[in-house]
Design a binder for this molecule. Sequence first.
Ligand code: NAP
Length: 464
Amino acid sequence: MMLHSQYLIEFTYLIATALFILSLKFMSSPATARHGVWAGEVGMLLAIVGTLLNAGIVDYRWVAIALVLGSMIGVPLGMVHMTAVPQRTALSHCFGALCVTLVGASEFYLQSPNVPKFTMSVLAMEVILGSLTFTGSLMAAGKLQEWLPQRPITFKGQNFVNLGLLAGTVGVAVFLVMHPERANLFPIILGVPFMLGVMMIIPIGGADMPTVISLLNSYAGLSAAAMGFVLNSKLLIIAGALDGASGFILSVNMSKAMNRSFANVIFGAFGQEQTKTASAVEERPVKSATAEEAAAILGAASKVVIVPGYGMAVAQAQHKVRELYDTLTKRGVDVKFGIHPVAGRMPGHMNVLLAEADIPYDKLMDIDDANSDFPQTDVVLIIGANDVTNPAARTDKSSPIYGMPILDVDKARTVMVIKRGMSPGFAGIDNPLYYLDKTLMLFGDAKAFVGSIVRELTGGGGHG
Ligand code: NAP
């Protein structure tokens, strides 16, 4: 009977593992991303069910309490606005990492003083990465939610102190592998990384937090994989390794899209530029236009590229953008979308919003395709994007975003920009695009302004 249920558990885990791998595969294309969510959810459900079948569980009451508590926290967390997803994700890592750390600590005290060398090595890795990720993720969520100051907090010799603390912790861990009976040292490999998580995040500016979160995602995955070795669970090893690798690849890709090196993200205190330059928006004349004028220009164009950014997400303007797309397409205008890989506040942010509004996926161009299209484009309509269109990234060596690949919207014949005022974007810097002769500023909230353009085009009247 026991043997049967063991087979059943292993089988459930096998299916769950396959579903996790499929989930990542599906996620690699927006066309199949929804299947990816389903595969991930069913995989996780099977993993939980398989674990609940474990004969080692002697009392289900605690499990039931944990399930109720977890659901009470998880359900509201799942309902946050799309713009708050980065900090929500950080909180999820934080819970995962806390769980890994607690399991690691209890395993150590259960097995101590006779912890085999291999178990002690992976256990130390699990606890160090877990506790560091716990406080690091809490700090990252706090910074993104603006509960904590976004600007980097730095002091002299900071990187040296952090590296010293890490080296000291690893040293103690190695000693514990040799002498697992010295249980009194265990709190060090638990406590110092707790502190290190805080110390590692305070010098990193808010602008780099999404990259840091995907790095923490990777740490949480690796610590879960280490826990898999401790608990002898293949499912945890595989799921943790998938999580660790995908988080790492994502952070590298995000750094690339921002033209930053990994070391620069982690040690560079990039966000300092934000406060320094935020007030430096120039008071130069710009040309502005009404919704009526914008509608006339768009209606007369034969090729239009829409460039969405963070402002479209904040205004939740994607459904109005879909109406604009439909209206212009009906008039025979060729409408496409230029998508920058770090537009918005998380990877794929624009793709998700446009997919939510059912905008055909084949109308979305990546940065390279969009850039080769702009010279033949009549009108580029920028909706709440700023940094990702800033030509200073190409020309101004002193700019903090110099070298970042951008959408070359200034190569189009006419540029129209919907934003509420002249405020800078995330990097906190002025955008020379707004002062070009070919640029028209359309001041207003993205949703309201796009709505007004649609009304003008469909003969409904109204101004932006
Ligand atoms: P952005 O540079 O932050 O600019 C967004 C613009 O939207 C602002 O200038 C703002 O101007 C406008 N806006 C805000 N609310 C609006 C509303 N309701 N209606 C109309 N406009 C509104 O955004 P982005 O061009 O998308 O660039 C993303 C930035 O985030 C980049 O610097 C990128 O490096 C950074 N980042 C992204 C990721 C990622 O994964 N996507 C990760 C880390 C960092 P007004 O206030 O004047 O309206």
